[in-house]
Design a protein around this ligand. Structure first.
Ligand SMILES: [Zn+2]
Length: 227
């Protein structure tokens, strides 16, 4: 009985090891992951040994790599969400990260969706800040400790549903799409900033958003609108 209990936990640990590599396209000869205990490394042989031990049949290195990648994808699917729970589109060139704005550069990706479309926390995290200022409108910033990133949701229709300091889970509703603040056309302005820092360096959110949409089986089905 104790073995049955430990198997899924160890499988999950292996998935976490591979996720640490971002190894969706991992090659068998390249499997070398840091262990969860930190510092050490795990060779393909050791990984194979672990899988044999937990009862996974492992005839080839390629099979191991495929299985671990599937495991990693499933774990990723469980711990992330696409932030917009409804029909959306990516807008046009002006909606992209780095697009020109008067006096500054666009530091997020705009995701267009009807007002009131629920907005979900993309990961487990903690609310760093909420507010309602002139440009950002109703907004919430959530820190994701696993990824060491801070996510911003701007222009929400109403103030954040979760206060600063509150922990949130992936998929938890945090607000709704709106057009408060400096906004033309109802949309979510989504920002990704490095670290536990609402002013950390901004990164292009689009690759992450596309990945989360793929994992959720979601796609841009809303007819293109203004951006
Ligand atoms: Zn924007």
């Amino acid at each position: 009985m104790s073995i049955r209990l430990t198997r899924p936990l160890r499988a999950y640990a292996l998935a976490a090891v591979v996720l640490g590599l971002g190894a969706a396209t991992i090659l068998p000869s390249e499997v070398e992951a840091r262990t969860l205990r930190g510092g050490g490394s795990m060779s393909l042989g050791e990984l194979r040994g672990e899988l044999v031990e937990i009862g996974v049949p492992v005839p080839t290195g390629a099979t191991i790599a495929r299985g671990v990648s599937r495991l990693a994808e499933e774990a990723e699917r469980k711990r992330t969400r696409f932030p917009v729970a409804g029909e959306f589109n990516w807008g046009q060139s002006g909606a992209r990260f780095g697009a020109g704005r008067s006096g500054h550069v666009h530091e997020g990706q705009d995701v267009f969706a009807p007002t009131g479309t629920p907005l979900l926390s993309v990961a487990d995290g903690v609310v760093l800040e909420t507010g309602d200022d002139g440009g950002r409108g109703n907004y919430v910033a959530i820190f994701d400790p696993a990824a060491r990133r801070t996510y911003f949701y701007l222009h929400m229709v109403e103030p954040s549903r979760v206060p600063a300091g509150r922990r949130v889970r992936a998929g938890q509703p945090v607000g709704g799409v709106g057009c408060t603040g400096s906004c033309f056309g109802e949309h979510l302005h989504f920002e990704v900033r490095r670290g536990r820092d609402t002013a950390g360096p901004a990164e292009d959110p689009l690759p992450l958003l596309r990945r989360w949409a793929d994992l959720a089986g979601a796609g841009p089905t809303l007819p293109p609108g203004k951006s």
